[in-house]
Design a binder for this molecule. Structure first.
Ligand SMILES: Cc1ncc(COP(=O)(O)O)c(C=O)c1O
Length: 399
């Protein structure tokens, strides 16, 4: 029998079985495609990867797409290809996954954080210019949850100060801004195909660009810095010598990953439609709850609906976000946090001297934010269970 006492306080949970925060939706197509690749005998970068690159470039409306083994790798290669290094500064936000800033450190540049807009949690474009110095070389806007950043202002600033724009599109595979597809707006864009992303290859990423020069450089850097098409040396085209042009990286995508990616790409817009329905159900259920703030969006966009994040107004509750998070887990609902304030992680505090109060909008959100399950494999009943659990837990802890 269900009661209104949360399971964490001794009541019965809303669900008998645990609902994962995320589950990839893979079908017979993916299975057949992977098996075909395994049976072909060609496992690593090869024809499937090339096909995936071509189809993704078409989808992203971008001249070039280079498949790599993560979005982190794509972001790193973008910085290296843009010649960013020691002494340079790169602007981004602290409301992101650590990879966005880690790669800036990898090239020995300094991450310069700009606080986020309180409605979208995207970079607050009004605050970028005050952070630009003679050392600033690039901006990495993060399209949080799948909502695009205000790219018009960012591109204007980039033009004015001669900065490279590298979009962190980890959440934004389907996203459009004023009719333009993310992946064709900045100088380069980095996509993630990690297990929980809208399109998954288990691990994987893609760099898109309209620049022939960046594309060529990234392609070479992604495979040890070996001259173009070195991957073909074991193909039927026959052995060719390669030359090492840069001390590159081992970031190439395998054909096994690409065979998953091709099937997932074919389904991406159908998956989005299902998530849009789930988002509408959540929005409707939570719209009159004072202690829940839904993350907003800007007009004239296509949102990728990657995350359904809410901010809990803990001022109106007798419990912290972490208590609510644990209570939902005990109701058998998987939840997550996107993100903790990046500048307050030990490395960033110690290395760059950040402390509490540096980015108040990010810190307010990071202390209260919670992501609910949002994926195409969720049944309508699952969504109802999430809503019931949220209402039950929030109701119990309301002041
Ligand atoms: C905003 C953002 N950027 C970058 C990444 C890194 O992606 P990957 O795991 O593919 O390297 C993630 C991963 O979750 C992310 O959320």
């Amino acid at each position: 029998m269900k009661t209104n006492i949360p399971a964490i306080e001794g009541g019965m949970p809303v669900r008998d079985t645990f609902l994962s925060f995320h589950q990839a939706l893979l079908g017979e197509e993916e299975e057949a495609s992977v098996i075909q690749t395994l049976r072909s005998g060609w496992l690593t970068t090869g024809p499937k990867t090339k096909q995936f690159e071509a189809e993704f470039a078409k989808y992203a409306k971008s001249e070039h797409a280079v498949a790599v083994n993560s979005c982190t790798a794509a972001l790193h290669l973008a910085l290296v290809a843009a010649g960013i290094g020691k002494g340079d500064e790169v602007i981004t936000t602290p409301m992101t996954f650590c990879a966005t800033a880690n790669v800036i450190v990898h090239v020995q540049a300094a991450p310069v954080f700009v606080d986020v807009d309180s409605v979208t949690l995207n970079i607050d474009v009004k605050r970028i210019e005050e952070k630009i110095t003679s050392k600033t070389r690039a901006i990495i806007p993060v399209h949080y949850a799948g909502c695009p950043c205000e790219m018009e202002t960012i591109l204007d600033l980039a033009k004015k100060y001669n900065l490279v724009v590298i979009e962190d599109a980890a959440h934004a595979t389907e996203t459009e801004y004023h009719g333009k597809k993310v992946g064709s707006i900045g100088d380069m864009a980095a996509f993630s195909f990690y297990a929980t992303k809208n399109l998954t290859t288990a691990e994987g990423g893609m760099l898109t660009t309209n620049s022939d020069e960046f594309a060529e450089k990234v392609r070479v850097l992604a495979l040890h810095g070996m001259s173009k098409d070195a991957w073909k040396r074991y193909s039927p085209e026959g052995y060719q010598h390669y030359e090492v042009l840069y001390p590159g990286y081992k970031y190439n995508m395998t054909d096994i990953q690409a065979s998953l990616g091709l099937c997932q790409l074919a389904k991406i817009e159908d998956f989005l439609k299902v998530r849009q329905r789930h988002v509408a159900s959540y929005d409707k259920a939570f719209k009159d709850m004072d202690s829940i703030v839904r993350i907003g969006r800007i007009p004239d966009i296509k949102h990728a609906e990657h995350l359904y994040a809410i901010i809990l107004k803990t001022e109106l509750l007798n419990a912290s976000r972490d208590r609510i998070l644990s209570a939902l887990q005990k109701e058998n609902i998987g939840v997550s946090v996107h993100f903790q304030s990046l500048h307050l992680h030990p490395y960033y505090r110690q290395q760059f001297g950040f402390s509490e109060g540096a980015f108040p909008v990010t810190e307010y959100a990071a202390d209260r934010i919670l992501s609910l399950p949002l994926y195409p494999g969720l049944a309508e009943q699952d969504v109802c269970d999430v809503i019931e659990a949220v209402k039950k837990v929030i109701g119990y802890y309301s002041r």
